[in-house]
Design a protein around this ligand. Structure first.
Ligand code: SF4
Ligand code: SF4
Ligand code: SF4
Length: 383
């Protein structure tokens, strides 16, 4: 019997799934069982194009789920909006789960029938830059790569010949490679905001690389795991004290790396210079709207307040579009990095939005996307 708070090590009972899935295929097997046994109507997964690229799909075909097995650190998409209006299960990084929770706070997602399987996340990378990094730093042909992993502060790649090569993330980032900037200062690494918090941190001994550590966070997590066990899709055993301690240690290492990056990036802007800072940051904006469109916590449509000011005739000295967005996102920005990723003129939007939101979120001791218990401090209109 599974209970809230359980910490277990688990894997798929199907040898094919266990070999193909990241860390023993536990998450793949839980998703497949949720679909096959009718716990959900659909699942959100990444359809792999190659080792570096994938697209999110919503599917009710269990074959799609099995084909999606394996981790993809080079696909920095956010899945939150795929959960809107559906009875789905989805695996997600902490920022995917945070996005879903913010959508649920604004009545766009029914959290009761949305099942969230969180995956530990040390960070994600850009696919093109990763290929370059493999050639320049690892001396590996990108086409030879069969998998990747972040372990003990190292980014490790596996090749077709079975070799593994790891380089410290610090060294890679020093050389201008490695994780997206928003991931470097991200402060949620274990998705304790999901129904199940899964990952390979804490999997030790002969199960290393072949099983997943899984913490049951709530009753929905119990349902997900029990459903998969009853269906015969997964096997679990209690995590040892040593495994639990190691998982915590890895998390602490990742969080302290994040704190260092945060101190480096968010240097204080002196009083009297802030308006100038924001004006300069947004000066190159071409009003394309991509940052609003991609934002996983924005629930407004085309007739939103910010878009009223979103045209080139808006000749305020600082774009009202961005001023409205800065204000609206001050209680919901989760620092996911999506806005920076899509901006065609390379405005570092995530850093700007986090800089603005951080002050009010800290003041109210509020971290967006972590729990439904805390409503947003800006009012939400009833639907
Ligand atoms: S923002 Fe955080 S959770 Fe999201 S991909 Fe980056 S490290 Fe992972
Ligand atoms: S403003 Fe940018 S970083 Fe913040 S939630 Fe939206 S897309 Fe993510
Ligand atoms: S994505 Fe960049 S250019 Fe487009 S509206 Fe946003 S800030 Fe402006």
């Amino acid at each position: 019997m599974v209970e809230v708070g359980d910490k277990v090590i688990g894997y798929s009972t199907d040898p094919g799934v266990r070999n193909k899935g990241a860390s023993g295929g536990l998450v793949t097997a839980i998703l497949a069982a949720a679909l096959e046994k009718g716990l959900v109507e659909e699942v959100v997964v990444l359809k792999h194009i190659n080792e570096y690229e994938a697209i999110p799909i919503i599917t009710s075909d269990v074959e799609d789920v099995l084909a999606s097995a394996g981790s993809m650190h080079t696909v920095p998409v956010n899945l939150a909006k795929y959960a809107i209006g559906k009875n789905v299960a989805m695996p997600g990084k902490p920022c995917d789960i945070r996005g879903v929770i913010e959508q649920a706070k604004r009545n766009e997602v029914n959290i009761d029938n949305t099942y969230l399987i969180g995956l530990n996340c040390g960070g994600t990378m850009y696919p093109v830059q990763t290929r370059e990094m493999l050639i320049n730093m690892y001396d590996i042909d990108p086409e030879d790569v069969t998998g990747e992993n972040i372990e003990k502060g190292n980014l490790i790649f596996r090749t077709k010949s079975g070799e593994e090569k790891g380089i410290s993330i610090d060294e890679l980032e020093e050389a201008g490679y490695g994780r997206r900037l928003s991931c470097r200062y991200c402060d949620v690494k274990i998705p304790v905001n999901a129904d199940l918090a899964c990952g390979n941190w804490g999997v030790i001994g002969e199960l290393t690389g072949n099983a997943t550590f899984c913490e049951v966070m709530n009753e929905k997590g119990v349902r997900l795991l029990e459903n998969a066990i009853d269906a015969g899709y997964v096997e679990i055993e209690p995590a040892s004290d040593k495994a639990i301690t190691i998982r915590e240690k890895v998390n602490n290492v990742m969080l302290s790396m994040g704190e260092k990056w945060s101190e480096k990036v968010f240097t204080e802007i002196p009083d009297g210079e802030r308006t100038q800072y924001y004006m300069e940051q947004f000066a190159d904006c071409i009003n394309c709207g991509a940052c609003k469109e991609i934002c996983p916590v924005c629930t407004c449509g085309e007739d939103s307040k910010c878009t009223m000011y979103h045209n080139l005739e808006d000749n305020y000295r600082m774009s009202m579009f961005h001023m409205v967005r800065l204000m609206h996102l001050s209680d919901s920005c989760i620092g996911c990095g999506q806005c920076t990723d899509v901006c065609p003129v390379d405005i570092p939007l995530t850093t700007i939005f986090r800089r603005f939101a951080d002050k009010s979120q800290k003041k109210y001791n509020y971290k967006a996307g972590m729990t439904l218990e805390r409503p947003p401090f800006l009012e939400v209109m009833p639907r």
